[in-house]
Design a binder for this molecule. Sequence first.
Ligand SMILES: NC(=O)c1ccc[n+]([C@@H]2O[C@H](COP(=O)([O-])OP(=O)(O)OC[C@H]3O[C@@H](n4cnc5c(N)ncnc54)[C@H](OP(=O)(O)O)[C@@H]3O)[C@@H](O)[C@H]2O)c1
Length: 342
Amino acid sequence: MSKTAESGSTAVDPASIPQRTLYTGATMPAVGLGTFGSDHVTPAQVANAVKGAAAVGYRHFDCASVYGNEPEVGASIEEIQRGGVKREDLWVTSKLWNDKHGENDVILSCRKSLADLRLKYLDLYLVHWPFPNFHPPGCDVSSRSADAKPYIHENYMKTWRKMEELVEMGLVRHIGTSNMTIPKLKQVLRDARIKPAVNEMELHPHFQQPELFKFVVKNGIQPIGYCPIGSPGRPERDRTPEDTAPTEDGVIVEIALRHGVHPAVVCIKWAVQRGQTPIPFSVHNYRANLENVTRDPLTDDEMQEIAKLDRNCRLIKGQVFLWKDGQSWEALWDVNGEITPP
Ligand SMILES: NC(=O)c1ccc[n+]([C@@H]2O[C@H](COP(=O)([O-])OP(=O)(O)OC[C@H]3O[C@@H](n4cnc5c(N)ncnc54)[C@H](OP(=O)(O)O)[C@@H]3O)[C@@H](O)[C@H]2O)c1
């Protein structure tokens, strides 16, 4: 631990943060800061958290055009570099939104994120969802898009070719997928010239996705875990009665008491020790989340206890992507082991 110049407070030495090695040989900090402010955290607050997080040692930031705050976050990223952090020591991710899958939109969208984030290149650019779909930001889960389309592999690969071009142009160091399933990834791995370096997926103690997790690791793809705490701050409209909260799980609470930390911190420690890269969002607790991944690890017994808590409880179900009347959200996730037919 060292003192930060800005605040005089204790910071985590970035060199002590665990790293993941991608198949290219590049390394990525094994914990990042999420930047989706949801309904209740303004772009200015998120941008402020990005600066504060960098001051306490974060070097990995998970951004997306749809979060509506890349210009503000970009100003913080510029300030962080002015303060002495080198560009090569930062890891910045952004994502292509669903209404920009068109062949003429991918490069333009990436350039817009780069301009907003005030960067010459991104470390990672993801296809945010495998479904091309416009729906207004903030719409209800029951809202359906008239132009919603199923996953059509040929079309996804047209988008992917443009993602590959971004790497060749030097605008992006790595490309990856998000919200994918094993059947979809199998086809992408078969047809990609540049294979995905990461897959971003929902991962927390109540939704461990063991098969997909194993599949991506076996294929040399790093799993990045979103909603690592179970997204306690997500909007009401994104909640369903069957959702559970990992931070309220008795086992997690007990382990947290034993370690003298918040249950959210146990979720982050578990994620890093299991091998995924959690990207917890936080404007108030980011320091604790980072500090605790560098000390007082969970024991093997505690890791095993948490492994048993999986409830297959997906929180981000993606209902707005459904393309047919009467479909249930499970259709989006290929639960029968094959890509759900159109
Ligand atoms: N690829 C995708 O499709 C996708 C989908 C969803 C999310 N994401 C990414 O994943 C990130 C994380 O997901 P998320 O924001 O939904 O949920 P999350 O990280 O699971 O939960 C964030 C919430 O946890 C609270 N929190 C964080 N650390 C805490 C601690 N130590 N003690 C107590 N409370 C704590 C935060 O409150 P405070 O702010 O008060 O600390 C915030 O309300 C997003 O920001 C986004 O970057 C990606």
